[in-house]
Design a protein around this ligand. Structure first.
Ligand code: GLA
Length: 383
């Protein structure tokens, strides 16, 4: 069991048992892509793969972090002088720093990390590490449980954007912190309001195993385009605060290049699809058309798909029992999701591996998952 692995890694590294083991999941987004940093809606689920963090205070310091992952060095740092190192424990340092508020008042900690989340596949392994760290540290530092998981998500998000320096929206950390088993998390990114939407369907995650070298620069470029579109619309609509809430007419009337307009049209229409998908799920209807519309918009207007992702979606849609499929997460490589009947998903998982390998000369990975639970404390010493 992973809880025990985290516990044992801590014990063998530091010579004492941890105070607790906490964990947090990765995520896939059902719909609402590239809407979070535009004040729109998203609808992720937590997946079953998680990261576990064993932790206790380290009296006298410094803070230390070890990971079970191969080829990872052990980190030592002091929160009062924390600087980015480019190492994996920046996620840990950054989260501790932002959760602590006043680093001088926060006890140094020892941390041992175990994960079954694939890294670099676009399943938010970094958000899972941040949120699991925040969950564990909140316990070690004796924080009031009632402060809630939103604070954990916010500290994790600030770690990613302000400490590690990756520009992203709030979705990944919110899903990892706040999701519930058997539910999708509907998040309004302008206000932080959330709703747990019952979602019992299975989801097949297909990783195209594509190098994602361009992802961050392309992501930053899209953010700039969205900011430009918003500024152009605000010339006539100064009251508009978020691109996601613009009307299509306003997008079409504002002065911007055809390319920027396509990006903006995606954002405006994609955010509306969240409410439509929630409605379809609640009334037991097919979600296939909405997923197809989302994928087409990401491919043609937002231009963040890849030939491999398009191929996976088309292959999935040609499989009996599959209701819908689309790319999930940022795009430019990474994963697609498919939903359908249990038999359909099983058949797709079996058939897509040889077909993809034949077509693209590398093996994809697949995971059958369903909506899992967000951050939690798994084990506490003496209880
Ligand atoms: C990445 C970011 C998220 C979100 C998605 C696209 O996963 O980390 O915040 O913007 O891309 O929906």
């Amino acid at each position: 069991m992973s809880v025990e692995r985290a516990h044992d890694l801590f014990t063998s590294t530091f010579g004492v048992a941890p105070l607790l083991v906490a964990s947090a999941p990765g995520r896939v987004n059902l719909i609402g892509e590239h809407t979070d940093y535009n004040g729109g809606e998203v609808l992720p689920i937590a997946i079953e793969q998680r990261t576990w963090v064993a932790m206790d205070a380290a009296p006298g310091g410094p803070s230390q972090a070890v990971s079970e992952a191969p080829d990872t060095a052990a980190g030592r740092f002091d929160l009062t002088t924390a600087v980015r190192t480019g190492e994996w424990w920046d996620y840990v340092q950054g989260t501790l720093l932002h959760l602590a508020g006043d680093p001088a008042a926060a006890a140094p900690v020892r941390v041992a990390v175990v994960s079954d989340l694939p890294q670099g596949a676009g399943l938010s392994s970094s958000a899972a590490l941040e949120v699991a760290t925040a969950r564990a540290a909140a316990h070690v530092w004796g924080e009031d449980e009632a402060q809630g998981h939103l604070r954990l998500a916010q500290a994790a998000h600030r770690a990613e954007t302000e400490f590690v320096g990756v520009s992203c929206g709030m979705m990944d950390q919110a899903a990892s912190a706040l999701a519930r088993r058997g539910h999708a998390l509907r998040l309004w990114c302008d206000t932080g309001k959330i709703d747990h939407v019952s979602f019992e369907r299975a989801v097949l995650v297909i990783d195209t195993a594509t190098p994602r070298a361009l992802r961050q620069s392309a992501f930053n470029e899209r953010r700039e385009s969205c900011a430009r579109a918003l500024a152009a619309i605000q010339l006539d609509h100064p009251e508009l605060q978020d691109l996601a809430h613009a009307t299509l007419d306003a997008v079409d009337d504002a002065p911007m290049t055809p390319e920027v307009r396509r990006r903006a049209r995606h954002v405006v229409q994609e955010t509306r699809r969240v409410a439509q998908l929630v409605d379809a799920v609640r009334t037991g209807r097919s979600v296939g058309q909405l997923l197809a519309a989302s994928h087409a918009s990401l491919r043609d207007d937002y231009e963040c798909s890849t030939p491999e992702l398009d191929w996976v979606v088309e292959f999935a849609m040609g499989t009996r029992g599959i209701d819908g499929a689309r790319l999930t997460g940022a795009g430019w490589g990474g994963c697609a999701i498919a939903v359908g009947t249990p038999d359909g998903l099983r058949d797709l998982a079996a058939s897509i591996i040889p077909a993809f390998t034949h077509a693209w000369k590398r093996a994809p990975r697949t995971w059958l998952t369903s909506a899992s639970h967000g951050a939690m404390v798994d084990w506490v010493r003496g209880s």
